[in-house]
Design a binder for this molecule. Structure first.
Ligand code: ADP
Ligand code: MG
Length: 276
């Protein structure tokens, strides 16, 4: 991989948006692969019972596979469920199985129910540059566990009508968790996904998001791309499925921006290629 600056401490990024279908999982796996290709050591934690991130990374996650459920509910060490992702050096995944669907309820009666993922991550001894957590489309205890475990929230926003609608609830939850459980928590990154620069609607929504969030919005946006949507059915990210595609290049660029921001370097608009 290219020599991008690596963070001094592991950056834990929570990929959240309680709307479904906005590109959380796609962003998690493709950014993670990009960060790994740039030379980082990256762990994806699949926190969605659907297990889409596990599937997209080509990770076995049938019911008997040790999974993030065992970590959260059975206190199994994270190291016992992490698997290397085939084909991408430096990329790892803690898979989700269908068991996780019950965890939302089972967690309620457990001690430290909001901080079980945080504890598991703190006890994990392998060196990592990034942990990306793929959240389910809800704000229940699984997402709360992610918000307690990470310092950074990454919100993918699809450039469509009502893009900002419903985000208020996520932002209030971020405030609540910051106030009570995790003082370091903040929205660090907004990524515009499925961006179609040819439509006026998309550029209007992009402008609205930039006005609303400002500096947190990455200059790079992710275009709508068939290659991105095809890759998961081959158990691959777009980075290995079609490395030269616009989708692959845009995720590599977004990863670059994230890595540089982590050491305090912000792009100016001239440097951004895919900026909206
Ligand atoms: P979420 O995890 O928020 O529910 P997904 O990442 O699963 O959303 O994306 C929803 C759907 O949109 C998936 O079918 C995915 O393949 C598709 N998709 C996501 N990003 C893109 C993109 N940039 N171009 C084309 N299709 C995309
Ligand atoms: Mg998803």
């Amino acid at each position: 991989g290219e020599g991008l600056p690596r963070p001094q401490e592991t950056r834990v990024m929570v990929v959240a948006n309680q709307k479904g279908g906005v590109g959380k999982t796609t962003t998690t796996v493709n950014l993670a692969a990009s960060l790994a290709l740039h030379g980082g050591r990256v762990l994806v934690i699949d926190l969605d019972p659907q297990g889409n991130a596990s599937t997209a990374l080509g990770i076995d996650h049938h019911a008997e596979v040790p999974s993030i459920y065992d970590v959260l509910v059975e206190s199994k060490p994270l190291s016992e469920v992490v698997q290397p992702v085939p084909d991408v050096e430096g990329l790892f995944c803690a898979p989700a199985t269908i068991d996780l669907a019950g965890a939302e309820i089972e967690l309620v009666s457990l001690v430290a129910r909001e901080s079980r993922l945080q504890r598991a991550i703190q006890a994990y001894e392998q060196p990592l540059d990034y942990i990306l957590i793929d959240c389910p489309p809800s704000l229940g205890l699984l997402t709360v566990n992610a918000l307690v475990a990470g310092a950074e929230v990454l919100i993918p926003i699809q450039c469509e009508y009502y893009a900002l609608e419903g985000l208020g609830q996520l932002l209030r939850n971020v405030d609540l968790v910051r106030g009570h459980l995790n003082p370091a928590l903040h929205v660090s990154t907004i990524l515009l996904t499925m961006y179609d620069g040819r439509t006026r609607l998309a550029s209007q929504v992009a402008e609205e998001v930039r006005n609303h969030f400002g500096e947190e919005v990455l200059r790079t946006s992710i275009p709508r791309s068939v290659r991105i949507s095809e890759a998961p059915s081959y158990g691959q990210t777009v980075l290995t499925y079609d490395p030269g595609s616009s989708g692959a290049l845009s995720y590599l660029e977004a990863a670059r921006e994230i890595a540089l921001r982590g050491v305090g370097i912000h792009y100016d608009a001239q440097q951004a290629h895919a900026g909206a």
